[in-house]
Design a binder for this molecule. Structure first.
Ligand code: SF4
Ligand code: SF4
Length: 219
């Protein structure tokens, strides 16, 4: 899922400056799971803003996803008359809401962090950088791009010490140690011997947004 966290209230107050009627719009999927932008977080933020800015109106709404047209359309009528939408979606959701509800100014209430998982309650961490050319079949399903601090495809480097990474030996595990341990468990240490060629990053950075097209998708 997409991991995000709420912006500091001071930053949000700065964004709503000059707007009297604000729709605080949550997203019920990823950012709800990571407790940043779901219905509950919309209610908490809207209450905080009402207390801080009693002269303004803050209306609450949450849709299933801000990255899908059909759900954004659901809120089109609700958004009428509001001069600002404070979106608590990931960056993609903020942008898509602005694209479809183009008569409104839309601003982000969250900082989008990564694609990751909930390791424990209240502890989310990155697992994928969406490189566009997945190599998890060679690494025991541990992402070397996300888990190795240098995104090495052939690790570990000389900075791996006692399972920890040289960039922060107290707090950051060596991604390649994790890969090694997983492959050892799977009985596939032979994969450590393989030389993984450099990635073709041109696919990820060719310019413009990356696209996936499916001709068989329903119109
Ligand atoms: S290799 Fe890592 S960054 Fe690339 S797609 Fe797979 S999980 Fe994501
Ligand atoms: S110590 Fe491990 S995680 Fe850190 S940069 Fe080297 S291989 Fe990557």
């Amino acid at each position: 899922m997409i991991i995000a966290e709420r912006k500091p209230i001071e930053d949000i107050r700065r964004m709503v400056e000059g707007h009297d009627r604000v729709l605080v719009l949550g997203c019920g999927t990823c950012v709800a799971v990571c407790m940043a932008g779901g219905e509950k977080e919309v209610a908490i933020l809207a209450s905080a803003l009402r207390m801080a800015e009693p002269e303004k109106e803050f209306k609450e709404a949450t849709i299933e996803r801000q990255c899908e047209r059909e759900f954004i359309e659901e809120v089109r009528t609700t958004s009428d008359g509001y001069d600002l939408i404070l979106s608590l979606a990931c960056g993609a959701g903020v942008g898509f809401t602005a694209e479809l509800l183009e008569e409104h100014r839309v601003v982000p209430g969250l900082n989008t962090k990564s694609i990751g998982v909930a390791e424990q309650p209240g502890n989310w961490s990155e697992r994928c950088l969406a490189c566009g050319e997945c190599v998890l079949d060679l690494t025991g399903a541990v992402c070397p791009i996300a888990r190795c601090s240098k995104s090495l495809l052939n690790g570990p480097c000389g900075g791996s010490q006692d399972g920890m990474c040289e960039i922060d030996p107290k707090n950051v595990q060596c991604g390649w140690q994790i890969i090694y341990d997983r492959l050892a468990k799977l009985g596939r240490l032979d994969l450590m011997e393989e030389n993984r060629p450099p990635k073709d990053w041109s696919a990820a950075h060719a310019g413009g947004p990356r696209r996936v097209l499916r001709e068989d998708a329903e119109p």
